[in-house]
Design a protein around this ligand. Structure first.
Ligand code: DAK
Length: 259
């Protein structure tokens, strides 16, 4: 399928790369882009061969936010009726395979929220994160107040959201917003290698690991630990557990089959 506002590629077996592609608007998220992103994720979810997705933008911007030009004239009734952004956000929330954000340049407003919807963020040294909605007279609307606060804590989240200031990559790493920072010219190679590594593991185990980490945000500690124990037990029902452990004992690389 061909899209206009995103580009999709399969750079290595098991990996789908999705690039946001509205360079004229610093990849601002308009309805078409969110719709196409949702469709690309549907395709990746349905294809058993896809094991990991990388979401990226350009050197200048991951995404500079929701498209202000598209949003500016909308009324309350329209926003409510179309349930602005809800479908796209929920599509990513329920995506069951790992999705990594590779962020260079601006990740602002909805762009920062989109990155936070991914499983983890790898930042180029040029990355700049922010929730500048306050400067437009609004508030974050795709989970920014909730996810940023969980990731960086109340003090820094309040500082970012109430002032609209940007955080550079080093601060974002110190604060726990991003998993690591890499030189800008290495960003994509680094993240694609990470994705290829994940794509080589036992797919059911990968999906269960993702589900378990996500559960840490939704459950109590005891319920999360109980769920972890159960899923750990359940992994012994798969050939891939036997293969992974035998390969270790035999000192050879494991060949996972997804069974
Ligand atoms: N929307 C539309 N166009 C944008 C844009 C955006 N967010 N950001 C940049 N552009 C466009 C600019 O208008 C410009 O287009 P032309 O004027 O050339 O036609 C082009 O991209 C290049 O931008 P600049 O000329 O401004 O480039 P600079 O390098 O000078 O500045 C900048 C880069 C990123 C600092 C600046 O563009 C900027 O401040 N952009 C806006 C950042 C921002 O405020 N983002 C937050 C948007 S509000 C909700 C869901 C979601 C949201 C809210 C509610 N619900 C479900 C309820 C989300 C809201 C937001 O994200």
């Amino acid at each position: 399928m061909s899209f206009e506002t995103i580009l999709t590629e399969a750079p290595s077996p098991g990996v789908t790369l999705i690039r946001l592609n509205r360079p004229q608007a610093l990849n601002a998220l308009n309805s078409q882009l969110l719709d196409e992103l949702g469709q690309a994720l549907e395709i990746a979810e349905a294809d058993d061969a896809v094991r990991c997705v990388v979401l990226t933008g350009s050197e200048r911007a991951f995404a500079a936010g929701a498209d202000i030009k598209e949003m500016s004239e909308k009324t309350y009734a329209e926003m409510f009726r179309i349930d602005f952004f809800a479908q796209a956000a929920q599509r990513i929330e329920r995506f069951r395979k790992p999705i990594i954000a590779a962020v260079a340049g601006y990740a602002l407003g909805g762009g920062c929220e989109l990155a936070m919807l991914c499983d983890f963020i790898v930042a180029a040294e040029t990355a700049k994160f922010g929730q500048p909605e306050i400067t437009l007279g609004v508030a974050p609307g795709i989970g920014g107040t909730q996810r940023l606060t969980r990731l960086v804590g109340k003090s820094k989240a309040m500082d970012m959201i109430l002032t609209g200031r940007m955080m550079d990559a080093a601060e974002a790493e110190r604060a726990g917003l991003v998993s690591r920072v890499v030189p800008a010219d290495k960003l994509l190679d680094d993240v694609l290698a990470t994705a290829a590594k994940i794509a080589g593991f036992a797919p059911i185990a990968v999906m269960m690991n993702k589900e378990l980490v996500d559960a840490a945000y939704e459950t109590t500690l005891s319920a999360g630990v109980a769920m972890e124990r159960r899923l750990f037990h359940s992994l012994f029902a798969f050939d891939d557990q036997k293969e992974g452990m035998s390969a270790f004992v035999d000192k050879r690389p494991a060949k996972f089959t997804g069974r």
